[in-house]
Design a protein around this ligand. Structure first.
Ligand SMILES: C[S@@+](CC[C@H](N)C(=O)[O-])C[C@H]1O[C@@H](n2cnc3c(N)ncnc32)[C@H](O)[C@@H]1O
Length: 235
């Protein structure tokens, strides 16, 4: 099945609210657990960049799992960031999770280099997937862990409908519609592998982890660079 792009940004209040209020406990906890399994020696201290952070649910879960880190979440949607800032205040993590409005690609973020870069469910929104990989190359510090999770496009519309029924059945219509559209907009593992090759990140691994999710992970910089678990301390 051909990829069917969806709008990049989630700007509408109703759409952002439905997303912010949805229960993503299972996949978002899984995101953090998979990061921990992928980089077991990594005590994530220092600055972590969350690309396309939306309402910051993953940023917050990550910050709670790694008390030594500060997360900078970036998203172009002010509406999403407003929901994110409410959640940050509620959890009293203002000093450790900070959000910035920025449309990717960008030449500047609050820091030039980050100690780790992560992203959940941004890739399928991007018309040009190189935006994600080039941003990672630009902002991930030497040998920084990079961890991306996203949806995987099913092989047919029928399968997309079945997945929507299985995983979004009790959700509001708008969320069901977004989930279905996101499945159709997602990339296939082989497509991502070619994007990584083009970005000269062929040393990154792509792994299917469920009937609808895949992860991409690796270290920034040269594949031959020795792995270092030492992250910069907080500035
Ligand atoms: C499906 S949401 C994921 C939010 C969050 N990462 C999560 O897992 O809950 C995708 C987010 O990416 C943002 N986004 C899409 N394209 C973007 C771009 N080019 N620059 C910045 N943000 C973008 C959207 O506004 C939206 O908030």
């Amino acid at each position: 099945m051909e990829r069917r792009p969806e709008p990049e940004l989630m700007l509408a209040e109703e759409q952002a609210r439905a997303y912010a209020e949805a229960d993503f406990e299972e996949p978002h906890n899984r995101f953090v657990e998979l990061f921990q399994e992928t980089f077991p020696d990594q005590d994530a201290q220092g600055y972590v960049l969350d690309l396309g952070c939306g309402p910051a649910d993953v940023s917050l879960r990550f910050a709670r799992a790694y008390p030594g880190c500060i997360v900078h979440g970036v998203d172009a949607s002010k509406t999403m960031l407003n929901f994110g800032n409410q959640a940050i205040r509620k959890q009293q993590l203002e000093d450790r999770v900070q959000l910035f409005q920025s449309y990717l690609p960008t030449k500047s973020l609050p820091l030039d280099k980050y100690d780790a870069v992560m992203s959940n469910s941004l890739l399928h929104h991007l018309r040009d997937p190189q935006v994600l990989w080039e941003t990672i190359k630009q902002f991930a510090g030497g040998a920084a862990p990079v961890f991306v999770m996203d949806l995987m496009r099913p092989t047919s519309e029928t399968q997309a409908k079945e997945l929507t029924q299985t995983y979004a059945e009790g959700e509001p219509e708008i969320l069901k519609r977004d989930f279905y559209n996101s499945l159709l907009a997602a990339y296939r593992p082989g497509e991502i592998e070619s994007h990584l090759e083009k970005a000269r990140l062929a040393h990154f691994s792509v792994r299917v982890i469920s009937d609808r999710h895949l992860i991409v992970h690796g270290r920034s910089g040269d594949a031959q660079r020795p792995l270092s678990s030492a992250l910069c301390a907080r500035a």
